[in-house]
Design a protein around this ligand. Structure first.
Ligand SMILES: [Zn+2]
Length: 349
């Protein structure tokens, strides 16, 4: 059996001890006591009552009294996203939940990015759904109450709105501008920028074309003035489900700059990522460390893909995409790279 969170082999149950602790505060959570049909009924009732934002198939859950999770409209501790029933243009829907789960595990286990605890959970009939722990609250242990944290996504941090930037406003910025937002609002911005940088490389390698302004956030703890970068969330290999999707990442790396390599190739290579790192103030030493970790972890990524809950076809596609992005795109050879030595250690390029 595999842990439905970290994907390691376990002898019994759904989750290993460590993941039970991280994801469910140590509770031995049982499969959900409702199925997907009931999920849509619950969602319909909640959406009618609270807001119109229920376009996505997700609901909030909280702890019940019997090691179970129950739907809630207030103080939700988890977000549950089942495999969508229908979608206008997406394909391979049955792999969406497992794809997001795997991508989030690569984020935390391989890239060492702070990532919202996540896993898969069974509905009553055994179908798997994606579940993630909300990070926009804290538990006040002394009062046993829940404190809501202030969360601002980057559309709000950078003041991009429908009015100012049109209907596609969340795609109208660049990662360079996001980095300046971090510098401006995060007191400990040096580690935050490195963390942010790793997210951009990760999204590029896994083929996440939806890493837009709303999929990055700052959070502010209760009783604190300064913000920090929220844990990573909402990442998956979107290209598998939307093969006609335009663009190469969610946003452009640079506000205006275009490297010679980009002009020639039409996609980002290490040259762009190196210039971007310099631009946002990541030292060469840190950058070499980041790339050493990524380049030496390919086998680990392959193993996680193999252990994931995706179908065999999705596993093949995930691995092919990752390998192409890493070896052919990111590590595309240019003589002047100062990183050539680092790459040569791993590949014949
Ligand atoms: Zn585990």
């Amino acid at each position: 059996m595999r842990c439905h969170s970290c994907l390691k082999n376990i002898s019994s149950g759904f989750y290993c001890k460590l993941c039970l602790k991280k994801l469910f505060d140590g509770k031995k959570i049982k499969p959900l006591e409702f199925d997907k049909t009931e999920f849509y009924e619950i969602k319909r009732q909640m959406t009618n009552r609270i807001s119109l934002s229920g376009v996505q198939d997700k609901i909030s859950l909280t702890y019940g009294d019997h090691n179970d999770l129950i739907p809630t409209q207030t103080d939700g501790r988890f977000i549950l996203k089942p495999i969508p029933r229908v979608h206008d243009s997406a394909i391979h829907l049955e792999d969406i939940a497992a794809n997001e789960h795997l991508s989030m595990q690569i984020s935390s286990q391989i890239f060492k990015i702070p990532t919202a605890p996540n896993g898969l959970i069974e509905f009553k009939d055994g179908e798997l759904a994606y579940i993630t722990k909300r990070f926009d609250y804290n538990i006040d242990a002394t009062k046993a109450s829940i404190l809501k944290l202030d969360q601002e996504d980057f559309a709000s941090v950078l003041s991009f709105t429908k009015e100012s930037a049109g209907n596609d406003y969340k795609y109208e910025s660049s990662y360079e501008e996001c980095a300046y937002g971090i510098k401006r609002f995060v007191a400990a911005y040096i580690p935050a920028l490195e963390d942010f940088y790793k997210r951009i490389v990760l999204n590029y390698l896994i083929g996440n074309g939806d890493a837009h302004l709303k999929n990055f956030s700052l959070i502010r703890e209760v009783n604190r003035d300064d913000y920090s970068l929220s844990p990573n969330y909402d990442i998956l290999f979107t290209r598998y489900h939307l093969p006609d999707e335009n663009g190469i990442a969610g946003l452009d790396l640079f506000k205006e700059y275009e490297s010679e390599a980009f002009k020639a190739m039409g996609y980002y290579t290490l040259e762009d990522f190196e210039i971007f790192a310099k631009m946002i103030g990541i030292s060469d030493k840190r950058l070499i460390k980041i790339f050493n970790n990524i380049l030496s972890s390919t086998d680990k990524v392959h193993r996680l893909i193999e252990q994931s809950f995706m179908s065999s076809e999705a596993k093949i596609a995930y691995r092919e995409n990752y390998d192409i992005r890493l070896k052919k795109c990111l590590c595309y050879s240019i003589e002047s790279y100062s990183f050539r030595g680092v790459i040569n250690k791993y590949y014949d390029v």
